[in-house]
Design a protein around this ligand. Structure first.
Ligand code: ADP
Ligand code: MG
Length: 686
């Protein structure tokens, strides 16, 4: 058995489990070894009942007080007991486990470990694990148990067992990180590091092991990027795109003036597009800073000069939103250009029509999803490609789109507030522009940080806003365990909220288990105000623009990264109405308070990202992983900024000494990058 063997070769893994593993992207033993836990369960000391905190998982030790009751119906039997220690009594419930009454009735202390929630009657522990007698908990105390991402049918235990077997063949595996770097940076040796990633003995040990793989991940990323850049160094500008009077006219007639920052960035783009070599530019601007109009100007410059411009969005909803916005502007300002929309869910006949208009050049501005880069799309003269919210795209899509025309200009729009020094490394092939000024007419969002006792008041406030014609988002509590539970959670929550809000108000829901088309349908209904309250997981995060939405309520705000909360908040405050963001959190910890306070005080994405980093510090792993920023398995651009910089320096040195990665000791790295490149090539020629 080796790294390339199928997971089916492991003992106790049959066809069914192989299929389940495939669903989470694990096919080989090597994949399994790299299938790091999403978190760890830490078995802390039991807490006195009187000191329990809402919203946290905790262990308590005590004796059963009174009778154990079983209630409910055949389908859903609920077992209830009261656990008592010196400091208080706690109500505990289990679902569908009526047999517990017999097992737990024997007396003597027991330890329960589970999540504590607040119900009408007070704090309740729901569905805890049972350690009976209490001494059983001692064995687990202080250990860290891996928690893996799962899919329905695949249990955590099954993954643990498989990983344990897989780790036995680690010694034969080829290592990626060259030994000289391991020594230079003092990283934990490979075999020990993988073992620790899955089964850490201490938090510190884990943090150290992780550093090795984060560094490795950055190094491979940077080297692949350099290789790609090398194979396609900046071409000459083949387009002649002089200024056009219709653009000046458009700017004059706009109901607002461009901000100084927008103007500066537009000038940078314009001189790139008119310069001697092709443009590759990243435009960074906080949510709501007005990136769309800048992209539109660039598209106009291409279109008005008889060429084409394409704009790619990460989802159909966003593509449609841009299309409507842009065709609206073309019409309103009588600009004689045609815009077309191309998305995956259009019928074959609709697509064929659009393909034709792209090929014969009657369409000048083409907006769509990744459907824009499919083989069937033949541009007549593509001069510009804009990608919106690029962090959802891989480098490869960008490259694929670039290959469609001769060598089009590339403009990447991003709302991710990455500090300039890091952006230069991560987007090494792009020039960077920053829109660092907000339009002046905005009413700043009013923020508040509240505990769950405020929920009723928040609901009343939401109801009032909806009655006045506005709309609201509710971001649902995150669920650690699985996507399936997250979906159930969102559905339960929206059913509950719908009841609370009454018949007049329509509540919709959105979660990651829905098909893209279902999500789009819900988003569009929300856009048309057929749904007034949208309950959602973070899938709503990027780019959605519903100016009529004025409230966002974020449940369990403590579980999100600050940058992510800032992006979520950006869904409101986009129109002329006063908007509100309610961060709700049951946590009373000082640290949580301090973090949320930063958002409460500031609406500036760069400032927030910086503060987040300062507070969390390197190695805060059990905290929240920022999501959505490039696709790293482990690494976090903000938190691991130092390692990113180190990896960048290491990459420079490697390429200087051994540009072909041909020297002994670099085989692992070379294979890994070759594989990545091959994958990129494969995916782009499909
Ligand atoms: P983002 O940068 O998040 O993509 P948008 O481009 O969607 O932001 O702009 C948000 C809103 O601000 C839009 O409704 C847009 O019309 C408006 N807007 C853009 N630029 C200005 C400006 N200079 N002054 C006033 N409003 C602006
Ligand atoms: Mg946008």
């Amino acid at each position: 058995m080796n790294e390339k063997s199928s997971v089916g070769k492991l003992k106790g893994i049959g066809e069914k489990t192989v299929a389940l593993f495939a669903r989470v992207g694990v096919k080989t033993v090597g994949d399994l070894i790299r299938y790091y836990p999403r978190g760890y369960d830490i078995f802390d000391d039991p807490v006195p009942i009187g000191e329990l905190e809402e919203g946290k998982t905790a262990a308590v030790t005590g004796a059963v007080f009174g009778r154990i009751q079983v209630s409910g119906n055949q389908r859903m039997q609920i077992t209830t007991l009261h656990l008592k220690d010196l400091t208080g009594t706690l109500k505990v419930i289990w679902f569908r486990m009526p047999f517990l009454r017999a097992t737990l009735s024997k007396g003597g202390p027991l330890t329960l470990r589970g999540r504590v929630v607040r119900k009408r009657e007070g704090l309740v522990m729901e569905h805890p694990e049972i350690y009976y007698p209490a001494a059983k908990y001692e064995e687990k105390r202080h250990s860290m148990q891996p928690v893996y991402s799962l899919t329905s049918g695949l249990t955590n235990n099954a993954v643990v067992k498989a990983v344990k077997q897989a780790l036995e063949c680690v010694s034969g595996m080829q290592d990626i990180l060259p030994l000289e770097l391991e020594e230079q940076y003092g990283f934990v040796p490979y075999a020990q590091a993988v073992q620790t990633m899955h089964f850490p003995l201490t938090k510190e040990g884990f943090v150290q092991a992780r550093e090795r793989f984060v560094f490795e991940e950055f190094l491979v990323f940077i080297l692949t990027l350099r290789r790609m850049k090398h194979s396609e160094s900046r071409a000459a500008n083949q387009f002649h795109l002089p200024d056009h009077p219709a653009i000046t006219d458009f700017l004059k007639r706009l109901p607002y003036r461009l901000t100084g920052a927008q103007e500066k960035v537009w000038n940078e783009i314009r001189s790139d597009m008119q310069g001697s070599s092709v443009m590759s530019r990243l435009v960074q601007g906080d949510v709501g800073s007005g990136k769309t109009v800048v992209a539109f100007l660039a598209l106009l410059l291409a279109g008005l000069n008889g060429c084409q411009g394409a704009m790619m969005a990460p989802t159909e909803v966003l593509a449609r939103q841009h299309f409507e916005n842009i065709s609206g502007m073309l019409k309103k300002y009588s600009i004689p250009l045609k815009a077309s929309l191309l998305t995956g869910s259009m019928t074959a006949a609709q697509k064929r029509k659009v393909y034709e208009s792209i090929e014969d050049g009657s369409s000048s501005i083409i907006i769509g999803t990744h459907a824009l880069i499919q083989e069937k799309v033949k541009y007549r003269d593509l001069a510009l490609v804009v990608t919106d919210e690029q962090h959802r795209f891989g480098v490869r899509q960008r490259e694929a789109l670039a290959e469609k025309g001769r060598t089009p200009h590339i403009l990447v729009m991003s709302a991710t507030p990455i500090p300039r020094t890091l952006a230069i490394i991560l987007y090494g092939d792009l020039d960077i522009s920053v829109i660092d000024e907000m339009p002046k007419n905005r009413l700043p969002i009013k923020n508040c940080v509240v505990d769950t006792g405020y929920r009723e008041t928040a609901y009343r406030f939401i109801k009032k806003q909806v009655t006045e014609g506005r709309q609201c988002y509710v971001i649902c509590p995150m669920v650690e365990e699985s996507e399936r539970m997250e979906a159930e959670n969102v559905m339960d929550y929206s059913a509950m909220l719908s009841e609370e809000m009454g018949d007049q108000i329509r509540v919709g829901c959105l979660h990651g288990r829905m098909k893209q088309q279902e999500k789009d349908a819900v988003m569009e209904a929300f856009g048309r105000n057929e749904i007034q309250i949208l309950v959602s997981t973070t899938v709503v995060e990027v780019g959605i623009d519903v100016p009529n939405a004025t409230v966002i309520l974020i449940e369990n705000a403590e579980r999100f990264g600050l940058a992510q909360l800032h992006q979520l908040r950006g869904r409101v405050g986009r129109g002329k109405y006063q908007s509100y963001c309610i961060f709700m959190s049951p946590s009373r910890s000082k640290e949580t308070k301090e973090r949320l306070e930063i958002l409460n005080r500031s609406n500036d994405g760069f400032f927030i990202a910086g503060e987040d980093l300062r507070l969390r510090g390197p190695g805060d792993l059990f905290g929240i992983r920022q999501s959505g920023i490039l696709d790293f398995r482990l690494a976090d651009v903000f938190q691991d900024a130092k390692l990113l910089q180190a990896a960048s320096a290491a990459a420079d040195k490697i390429l200087k000494d051994d540009p072909l990665l041909a020297l002994p000791g670099h085989e692992g790295l070379k294979n890994c990058i070759d594989e990545k490149m091959q994958q990129i090539m494969l995916e782009t020629t499909l």
